[in-house]
Design a protein around this ligand. Structure first.
Ligand code: GDP
Length: 439
């Protein structure tokens, strides 16, 4: 995500390195580089020009203090402007009404159905709501099945009427059903077309008129660049939507849509969707996104994801085992699974300041964990609970069962043993284990 833009901006800032002060000449060169980088990231030329004009004005007006280099000052100015362009502060969903009706609109393939599932999961787990998902796509029977599968995975009910070809009726009936069953949020997944088309727009507009939703979220594939911005304009003219959802930010997007869509339609980006896992929906924070683009990382999101997975009971149990020097392979596997739930490894690394850039070309797949998990799975329950049992002949059997070489197991066992030694040492320090949380 944004890798090429990040790199280009970084090299633009480097032009200022070594310069003792900001002068008209060196600002002009840097600003020109920034503008080119934005245009190449699929930002409309006019927006890019306005952006860099503001950056230049600010840079020239700043008094350079000795503690900060011109390069650092420029990074700060650009970060503030990027955040401003994307909306500055986050905008929450309006969830007061009971039931709150949320209409999901967008082109076919934009990720509407996937997002509907993610949103239902988000509202259920993070906002304590009882959502009802509604399949109002009357053209594609497969869309109903897709939503049902998603609903099943997250334990959320799905309302559908496979025989009914009237989306307005389906939406109205779904709301009645929600009221009867006590669902306090109704998420209506509407039909999309491959391109903006009058029949689709009229249908969604009719559903809107009939059910008066509190939120209309426009879902758009961020990989479509300027097209995404144009589609947003068309939908906004007809629907006057309340927020934007950018999907597929995990993909190879140049970033133009994320940067300019808010500015163009003057509606906030409310969520970004990265990946197909149902529990990886992030509220959109313009400031954090700006930091990520500039390679400053996004520790806040990383910590929040960790906290979301944090299970206090489990942590206490683990702490006790560590204190008694009883950390075993079952605990290890449990920890691996918790990390995996936080998202893809590459995505997580990208949130650590400075790391994103370093790992962008590496092929880091989540398969690295698979080998270790296979080794642990190949152990008997007794072996997992008592690593000391694992002698030479057991090692051969375990490695073979996992389809691995014995050296792989030896190396893993060695690392595991070192980790246990470290834990033992921590336990010897008074109060040491208390400060040690294996998370
Ligand atoms: P709809 O036609 O708008 O309902 O779109 P779908 O939800 O069916 O999504 C279209 C395709 O994009 C599916 O293959 C999804 O798995 C995929 N998809 C949806 N959201 C994301 C995302 O955030 N990242 C990635 N990589 N793929 C996604």
């Amino acid at each position: 995500m944004f890798e090429s833009l990040s790199e280009r901006l970084d090299s633009a800032f480097k032009q200022l390195k070594g310069e003792g002060r900001i002068s008209e000449i060196n600002v002009a060169t840097t600003v020109k580089e920034i503008r080119r980088a934005l245009v190449d990231a699929d930002v409309n030329f006019k927006i890019a020009k306005e952006f860099t004009d503001r950056v230049r004005e600010k840079a020239m007006g700043e008094k350079v203090i000795t503690a900060i280099s011109p390069g650092q000052l420029m990074v700060k100015i650009v970060k503030d402007e990027l955040a401003e362009l994307m909306g500055n502060t986050e905008v929450e969903l309006e969830l007061k009404a009971n039931p709150t009706v949320i209409l999901i609109a967008g082109l076919q393939g934009s990720g509407k159905t996937t997002f509907s599932g993610k949103l239902a999961n988000f509202l259920k787990t993070k906002k304590n709501k009882k959502p009802l998902l509604v399949a109002a796509d009357i053209y594609r029977p497969a869309a109903i099945d897709q939503l049902k599968v998603l609903g099943g995975q997250i334990g959320v009910e799905v309302y559908s009427e496979p025989e009914n070809k009237n989306a307005v009726q389906i939406a109205e009936n779904a709301i009645k059903e929600a009221k009867a069953k006590g669902n306090n949020v109704v998420i209506i997944d509407t039909a999309g077309r491959l391109a903006v088309d009058e029949v689709m727009m009229t249908e969604v507009a009719n559903v809107k008129a009939a059910v008066a939703p509190q939120e209309i979220l426009f879902v758009v594939d961020s990989m479509t660049g300027q097209d995404a911005v144009n589609t947003a304009k068309a939908f906004n003219e007809r629907l006057d939507f309340s927020g934007i959802v950018l999907t597929k930010l995990d993909g190879d997007t140049r970033g133009g849509a994320a940067l300019t869509i808010k500015y163009t339609v003057q509606k906030p980006i409310k969520f970004v969707s990265m990946g197909e896992k149902l529990d990886t929906l992030d509220v959109f924070y313009p400031e954090r996104m700006a930091q990520r683009i500039l390679g400053m990382g996004d520790i806040t999101t990383l910590v929040e994801r960790a906290q979301a997975q944090f299970d206090e009971e489990q942590a206490k149990k683990l702490e006790k085992k560590i204190r008694q020097n009883k950390f075993d392979f079952d605990d290890f596997k449990e920890q691996l699974q918790q990390i995996k739930k936080m998202g893809s490894i590459k995505d997580l690394l990208g949130m650590i300041p400075g790391v994103g850039k370093a790992v962008k070309d590496l092929d880091i797949s989540d398969d690295a964990f698979k080998g270790i998990e296979a080794l642990i799975n190949s152990m008997t329950p007794a072996e997992r609970a008592n690593p000391e049992l694992i002698d030479g002949s057991r090692r051969r059997r375990i490695a073979k069962g996992a389809g691995k070489e014995i050296q792989d197991l030896n190396q893993f066992m060695k690392q595991f043993e070192q980790m246990r030694q470290m834990m033992k040492m921590m336990n010897k320090i008074p109060g040491g284990a208390k400060g040690l949380k294996m998370r």
